[in-house]
Design a protein around this ligand. Structure first.
Ligand SMILES: NC(=O)c1ccc[n+]([C@@H]2O[C@H](COP(=O)([O-])OP(=O)(O)OC[C@H]3O[C@@H](n4cnc5c(N)ncnc54)[C@H](OP(=O)(O)O)[C@@H]3O)[C@@H](O)[C@H]2O)c1
Length: 326
């Protein structure tokens, strides 16, 4: 599988694949068994980049990933985790997760309501130096490792960009070798402010980039000195469905070359969608890697395969990007 060529990636434990595995669903909408199966499938298919956070899976995603990686796999992967959102101690709501999962399977429209309830179980904005230290210690314990490749601020608010003490503390962790690189993940307005006035210790940036907000790609291209990672690449479950309609509309757009429109009509091919999305995000944007969530075996296989070959030329991908951005 393709690996990231950005110079920062040379500091990491292993070659970093351009396809990352987003661990947000693990121990949340995916049970322990489903989570382990998805990790195994992705790892066996060659994915080496795993993106997690202290808060994912009600605080249990890191522990599950640590279990998966222990026994020799840790040294074969690039591990990214985050701090800044605290998962609240598991309580009665967590006991109801299997029930909620079963309900969502039966009635998919319940997903958003369940996600809203899950949102009650987090405390965001935990960016003091003490928060960093406590969260990172816990992350290392859960991940069963003594360092991570990347540690990111998770959903950083604008005010964090002024928190010099936090950056000094992160620098110290880098110097100690406990993190190979520090970085930031945040909403797009915060990212723009950060891009305008970068903070030296933050050498990686992760943000949502997908067909629904592809215009933002124009703003990131000139910041590829940072290791740029696109999360939420399909725009989540709702984005997947919306995108299918947009692609169908583009396929009828007489302003696009005939050959491109013919390819966009190949909607029965499940590879069309991941090839188009990853191609658009990774070609000519400066983005080094994408991090989708993928739990189903079908989607894991499709995403791995899409990284191995894309039917669209760079020029076609640029045309689709600008058509979607306008
Ligand atoms: N730093 C941050 O603040 C932040 C914020 C958001 C997300 N993230 C990271 O980004 C990851 C992904 O984000 P996300 O889940 O919000 O969005 P996403 O990856 O855009 O969407 C996930 C959805 O797309 C489906 N999917 C995956 N591959 C597909 C394919 N080839 N064809 C059709 N559908 C496909 C998944 O299905 P299945 O899972 O059922 O296979 C799931 O329903 C997270 O796990 C996390 O690591 C980070």
């Amino acid at each position: 599988m393709q690996t990231v060529t950005h110079p920062l990636a040379a500091k990491f434990t292993a070659p970093m694949t351009t396809l990352g595995f987003g661990c947000a669903p693990l121990m949340g909408r995916a049970s322990r068994k489903e989570s382990m199966a998805a990790l195994g499938l992705a790892f066996d298919a060659g994915v080496t980049f795993f993106d997690t956070a202290r808060s994912y899976g009600y605080g249990q995603s890191e522990g599950l990933l640590g279990d998966f990686l222990s026994g020799g796999r840790r040294e074969q992967v690039v591990l990214c985790t985050k701090f800044g959102i605290r998962a609240v101690r598991p309580g009665w709501k967590q006991q109801l997760r299997p029930v909620a999962r079963a309900a969502v399977r039966l009635v998919p429209s319940l997903r958003q309501a369940v996600q809203r309830r899950a949102g009650d179980q987090f405390t965001a904005g935990c960016f003091s130096v003490a928060d960093l230290e406590a969260s990172f210690d816990r992350s290392l314990r859960e991940l069963k490792t003594d360092y991570v490749d990347m540690l990111l601020l998770h959903a950083a608010p604008m005010s964090v960009l002024e928190q010099t003490d936090l950056f000094v503390a992160l620098e110290k962790l880098v110097q100690q070798g406990k993190i190979r690189a520090a970085g930031i993940s945040a909403d797009l307005p915060v990212m723009e402010t950060f891009f305008a006035k970068p903070i030296p210790v933050l050498s990686s940036a992760q943000f949502a980039l997908n067909p629904g907000n592809i215009a933002f790609a124009e703003k990131v291209r000139s910041h590829a000195d940072l290791l740029l990672v696109a999360n939420h690449p399909f725009g989540g479950t709702l984005g997947v469905n919306g995108m299918k309609d947009r692609v169908a509309a583009l396929a009828e757009d007489a302003g696009l070359p005939e050959d491109l429109r013919r390819k966009l009509k190949e909607t029965k091919d499940p590879q069309l969608f991941p090839e188009l999305v990853f191609g658009m995000l990774l070609n000519g944007t400066g983005v080094a890697a994408v991090v989708p969530a993928m739990v189903s075996a079908r989607n894991i296989r499709a995403n791995v395969e899409a990284m191995e070959g894309c039917r669209f030329s760079a020029q076609e991908l640029a045309l689709v990007r600008s058509a979607l951005a306008s």
